[in-house]
Write a protein that binds this ligand. Structure first.
Ligand code: ADP
Length: 555
C-alpha cells in the first residue's frame, strides 16, 4: 500500500472509532469493541474489530464475547449480561469509578494498601457487560460489545408502560439502523481500500511490465517491471502518448502504426492476447515481447482505461534459437562421420572387389578417425547436459601442471607427428588447486582446436607463467584466428566462429563452453586473444595452492 493509501486507511479507521465511540456513549457505555461479522465483509479475513477505549491486549476478551452463549439477535438486539465483571479487568480497562476511589482514598489516609485494593475492587465491580446486535435491511453487520456502569439505562431502554417500552424499542431499532448504515459505508470504503492496496501490490511487484493509459492513450501508470524493461522512469513517461514511448514494431521490424498498436486494437474490441512484437527501450535497443491489451469499461461499456501487459521474451527466443541450432549442428555433426564410416565399410564389404592391404588400412584408419570424432561429440554432449543439470563433480587437490602438460603434449605428438609443439614451462612453477582429469580435458580441447583451426602452419606453443595469485597456461597457434565479434561468443554453448564455418570444419561449439565451465568452477578464468588470419592464444588461469579458497568437491 502506498503512503497516501496508508494515510487514507488510517483516517478511515479513526472515523470508525469515532462512530463506534459515539454509539457506545449514546448507549451509556464507557468502552467497547465492534466485532465485524466475517460473513458481512471479507470472509477470508480473520476477526476484524474497531476498539473504543480498549487497549489492544484486552480486545480478545471482547472478541470472546461473540462466542459466548446468549447472543443478542434481531428480536432482542440489546442484551445485558448480569454476571459481575472481574475487577482486575475493569481496572486494566482504566474504568475506575473515580468519585468513589477519591472518597476511598480520603478514608484510608493511613495508606493501607490492602484496604485500598479491596475498595478499588468494590468500585470496579459496578460495571456490566452489554452486547448490541447491529444489522440493517441488507443483513447482519456484527456485534457491539461494551461495558457500562451498572444499571445505567440508556434512553433506548427506559419506560415502564408497555407503550413506552414499545416506543423506546422503536427508537433503539432506528438507532441501530443508522449505526449500521454508517458502519456499512465505512467498512465498504475500508474493503475498497484494501482491494486497492492488493492491486497496487500486484502492480508494484509484478515481474511483468504493466502500463495503463487513459482514453487518449496517454500513460497514467508505469510499473517498476516496465521501468526495468524499457529503461524509462515512471515520471518521465507519465502523460506521454504510449505509442511514442514503446515504438512497437512487428517481428519483421516494421512499424505497426497506431492502427495496428495493441491498445488501439483492444479499444476497438479486438482480442489482443500474447501477441508477439518488438518494442524499443529508452536507449533505442529493440527486443521481442509478448503483449496482452485490455480495457476497463464503464457501466455503459465505454472504454475508460487501457491496460498493457508486457513480457520480455528475449530469453525464450534465445533458447528457441539455441535449440534449433543444437538440432541442426548435432544432426549435421552426427551425419557426416556416420556417412563416411558407412561409405568405407560398404566399400570394404564388397565381395566383387579386392583391395591392397595398404588401401584397406587407409580406409580402416579413416573409419577409426570418424568413430573417434563421433565418440568425442557424444562425450561433449553428455558433458554439456551434465553441466546443465548441475551434476558436474570436481575432485580438487594440489596439482603440478608441468608433468600434466608434458604428458598431454607427448600423446599429441604421437597422434599427430606433423604438428610442432613448443613447451615453455618454467622451473619451480607453483602448484595449483585443481581437478587433474578436468584440467587435462581443458588442455586437450585447446590443443585439438589449435590443430583443427590451423589448416596451414601447425606450430603450437604451450607457455606457463605464475603471477602472485595464479598460474596462467596459454596455448598459441598460427592458425586462422578469430574475429573480435566472435571472440565474445565462442565460450557460449553451440557458438561457432564464422571463420571456422567458412572452412567447413566440423564441430558442435561445445568444447570451449565445457572448458569455461570447468575453469570457472575451479576459481579461474579463460580468455582468448586473437588476430584474424594470424593466430590465437587461449589462456586459462588457476589459483595457486596457497591462494585457493575452494572446497575439496564442487558440484
Ligand atoms: P567446435 O570446435 O566443436 O566448434 P569449440 O567450442 O571448441 O567448438 O570452439 C568454438 C569455436 O571457436 C569454433 O567453432 C571456432 O570457430 C573457434 N575456435 C576455437 N578454437 C580456435 C582456434 N584455436 N583458432 C580459431 N578459432 C577457434
Amino acid at each position: 500500500m502506498s503512503w497516501s493509501q496508508r494515510q487514507q486507511a488510517g483516517e478511515l479507521y479513526d472515523q470508525m472509532i469515532v462512530l463506534v465511540g459515539s454509539a457506545i456513549r449514546l448507549l451509556c457505555g464507557e468502552a467497547g469493541v465492534f466485532v465485524v461479522s466475517n460473513e458481512a465483509f471479507d470472509p477470508q479475513s480473520s476477526a476484524e474489530y474497531i476498539a473504543y477505549r480498549v487497549p489492544e491486549l484486552l480486545v480478545p476478551s471482547f472478541l470472546a464475547m461473540t462466542q459466548k452463549g446468549h447472543q443478542p439477535n434481531s428480536l432482542h438486539p440489546l442484551v445485558v449480561d448480569t454476571e459481575p465483571i472481574a475487577p482486575p479487568f475493569i481496572a486494566r480497562l482504566g474504568l475506575y469509578d473515580t468519585d468513589k476511589e477519591d472518597a476511598n482514598e480520603a478514608e484510608s489516609e493511613s495508606g493501607d494498601e490492602v484496604r485500598g485494593a479491596v475498595q478499588t475492587e468494590a468500585a470496579c465491580r459496578e460495571f456490566e457487560r452489554c452486547s448490541l446486535f447491529v444489522h440493517d435491511p441488507q443483513g447482519f453487520l456484527g456485534y457491539l460489545h461494551y461495558v457500562r456502569p451498572l444499571g445505567a439505562n440508556s434512553c433506548f431502554e427506559q419506560g415502564d408502560e408497555t407503550q413506552e417500552i414499545e416506543d423506546t424499542r422503536g427508537t433503539l431499532l432506528l438507532f441501530i439502523a443508522q449505526l449500521a448504515a454508517g458502519l456499512r459505508a465505512s467498512l465498504k470504503s475500508q474493503s475498497l481500500l484494501k482491494e486497492q492496496g492488493r492491486l497496487a501490490a500486484i502492480f508494484q511487484h509484478s515481474t511483468e511490465g504493466i502500463l495503463t493509459v487513459d482514453q487518449a492513450m496517454r500513460i497514467i501508470d508505469f510499473n517498476p517491471a516496465m521501468e526495468r524493461l524499457t529503461g524509462w522512469r515512471e515520471n518521465e513517461v507519465l502523460g506521454r502518448f504510449y505509442y511514442d514511448v514503446l515504438r512497437p514494431r512487428d517481428l519483421q521490424g516494421n512499424e505497426v502504426g497506431l492502427q495496428g498498436s495493441p491498445l488501439l486494437q483492444a479499444f476497438a474490441g479486438q482480442a489482443v492476447a500474447n501477441r508477439e512484437m518488438v518494442i524499443s527501450s529508452r536507449d533505442g535497443q529493440r527486443f521481442p515481447v509478448r503483449v496482452t491489451a485490455s480495457w476497463v469499461r464503464s457501466g455503459r461499456g465505454e472504454p475508460m482505461n487501457g491496460i498493457l501487459n508486457v513480457r520480455d521474451i528475449t530469453r525464450e527466443r534465445e533458447e528457441e534459437e539455441q535449440r534449433s541450432t543444437f538440432i541442426s549442428v548435432i544432426s549435421h555433426e552426427l551425419q557426416t562421420p556416420i556417412a563416411i564410416i558407412k561409405g568405407y565399410a560398404s566399400t570394404l564389404a564388397r565381395t566383387d572387389a579386392s583391395f591392397e592391404p595398404a588401401s584397406v588400412r587407409t580406409r580402416l584408419l579413416a573409419i577409426e578417425e570418424e568413430a573417434d570424432r563421433l565418440n568425442k561429440l557424444v562425450g561433449n554432449l553428455l558433458y554439456a547436459s551434465r553441466i546443465q543439470a548441475g551434476g558436474l563433480q570436481m575432485e580438487i587437490a594440489p596439482l603440478d601442471l608441468v608433468p600434466l602438460i608434458e604428458g598431454v603434449a607427448r600423446r599429441l605428438h604421437a597422434r599427430a607427428p606433423e604438428v610442432t609443439i613448443h613447451l615453455d614451462l618454467p622451473d619451480n612453477l607453483p602448484v595449483v588447486m585443481a581437478d587433474r582429469d578436468r584440467i587435462e580435458e581443458v588442455l586437450q580441447n585447446l590443443l585439438d582446436n589449435a590443430i583443427k583451426y590451423s589448416p596451414h602452419e601447425r606450430v603450437i606453443s604451450v607457455v606457463c607463467r605464475a603471477t602472485g595469485d595464479e598460474v596462467i597456461v596459454s596455448v598459441t597457434d598460427r592458425g586462422m584466428g578469430i574475429s573480435v565479434r566472435d571472440q565474445e561468443e565462442i565460450f557460449q554453448r553451440f557458438q561457432r566462429g564464422r571463420e571456422s564455418s567458412s572452412y567447413s570444419l566440423p564441430g558442435a561449439g561445445l568444447g570451449l563452453y565445457i572448458c569455461r565451465v570447468i575453469v570457472e568452477a575451479l576459481g579461474g578464468h579463460i580468455w582468448v586473444e586473437s588476430t584474424l588470419h594470424q593466430g590465437s592464444t587461449f589462456s586459462f588461469s588457476l589459483p595457486r595452492v596457497e591462494r585457493a579458497q575452494l572446497p575439496m568437491v564442487v558440484f
